[in-house]
Ligand binder design. Sequence first.
Ligand code: ADP
Ligand code: MG
Length: 673
Amino acid sequence: MFQKIGKATRDKLAKLGIRSPFDLLLHLPLRYQDETHLYPIADAPLNQAVLVEGIVTHASVTYKPRKMLSVKMRDASGMLQLRFLHFYPSQVKILTPGFTVRATGEIRHGFFGAEMVHPQCRVVKEDTPLAEALTPVYPTTQGLSQATLRKLVGEALQQCELDETLPPAIRARLKLANFGDSVRLLHQPPPDVAPAALDERNHPAWQRLIFDELLAQQLSMREHYRRRHARGAPPLPPGKTLSAALLASLPFALTGAQQRVAHEISADLARPHPMQRLLQGDVGSGKTIVAALAACQAIENGFQAALMAPTEILAEQHYLKLAAWLAPLGISVAWLTGSLGKKDKKAALEQVASGTAQLAIGTHALFQEQVTFSNLGLSIIDEQHRFGVHQRLALRQKGGEVHQLMMSATPIPRTLSMSYYADLDVSVIDELPPGRTPIVTKLVDSARREEVFGRVRDACVQGRQAYWVCPLIEESETLQLKTALETFESLSQAFPILAIGLVHGRMQAADKAATMAAFKAGGIQLLVATTVIEVGVDVPNASLMVIEHAERFGLSQLHQLRGRVGRGAAQSTCILMYQTPLSETARARLKIIYENTDGFEIARQDLALRGPGEFLGARQSGVPMLRFADLERDQALLDPARAVAEQMLAEFPEFAERHLARWLGQQQEFLKA
Ligand code: ADP
Ligand code: MG
């Protein structure tokens, strides 16, 4: 049937992602119109979609103040004005005086009396029957009418075989509706279907489609996981000496949660297949030491380990910390970033290539083409969510058949993580090291900036250290820099007695590192910073943080920033300054961060506020987005989808294959990347 469709229409369909009759069937209605009932114009309820019928009495296109098609129609009960700001010649043709038309839309009382803006209209005869079922309204694109879509879908319904892709036993166990019936019902709901069940998508037909979509996602990601898992990797069994020596040298004992995840990682490394594990833990939960232990295990087996971080500052911190832990144990650590001088870079590259360097730490420069390892056994990626999907895939490829540990401080609610990280094993550190005093969060109107100045001075005079985070200015990095410089100036003038430092993204790496080192050593009391300090900076004596224009930051960013304080024994405070007036969402966001300290709870509420697409951000969008399922609303289907995916891959591979082909088609290639 697709060959018979004209090219113009086919192109428009392609825009909607429809390339086959089957795609048409999965192009499900956004909502439905009730055209089973005709209202007299004068009695029709307001502000809800209604169907009215009347004779066109007047139609004109006017150009001032802007182009508009205005039409008047009347029935026995009254007059109705129809207005179109966007319209096609075909619509002008339909709305000719003398024609009887049916119009669907919401009636409002405007300046000229009852009116409908942008109604759906069609010409009818006196005896044209009313619809017997709800009328589907499809997502569409410019120039492709609902009528055309309905016709094409109708044809596809006749042509396609809507066979089952679920094994009968599984379908029966889950009490799921039949696939073919569900698809037909959603496109052409019979008159007795409750519109609410369709709108809220809890009708069994919707539930079936949503389940199938979640299942397809799980199947493809688990399949991806299985394929990588099937490869070989060097088994790296736990040794006795290195990790024990490292643990003995620490001034603290691991928390229960750290021990548990370290154990999970250690067991993965011992297997002859590549580890694919994500380590999640809130800011400050102590992921670094867990990574160091994993590195020790690789090194003890005679392999190299690599640790990559998204920013220079963070990579440098890791380098300093890990070198301090590991060098005394006789491990050689190399440092590799984009900003190294030519000579140093060459030397570092040689160490890595020859195997002299047992652990290489750096930014993504570390994994660029020119870098070859002598025998890499484990690659660790910190703050993995900061890397784009493509970068991450490239890293995995670079890693080849090595064990991979990804770490993330962006806590992701379990539902989301089950869905989006279904291709990884996940370990969670759900406990903070002991002895931390909870951070006190304050919300302060920026009109009270002077007062905040006073608090900063007092804290510093008492020997504590503070961060001052300058506002995020999305439109312009230059402007952001300017603000940081101005803040630095004004704070320096206000407090000549304090040692104040400044870090921002445009600084030379060496200057940045020197400033951070001075802050860490206590030489700088107050650090003015742009968001470069967001991740990983660890200065326990810093116990006050001020964030300007907190309303501009995302929740996870605020949470990360706030996590920079509260790392020592002193009571820490985070002052969130905001500029009034606040938008509704900004207010909701600030309330969440004010009321919660648990990163997972914040993430959960953030997800509820924004929805998964925005929550994960464009960076994550390499993962196919769900069209029908909503991870919050459809949570209950997620566990069964995951379990069924495993079962199908193991016991019913041919069903799994058909299901994937049906749902993902061409997309699957991408997932194989
Ligand atoms: P994150 O998970 O945010 O990367 P870090 O690994 O930087 O956290 O750890 C935060 C701080 O807590 C560091 O100073 C680290 O040395 C310290 N730390 C880690 N584990 C423990 C522990 N079990 N007990 C006490 N302090 C710990
Ligand atoms: Mg960290």
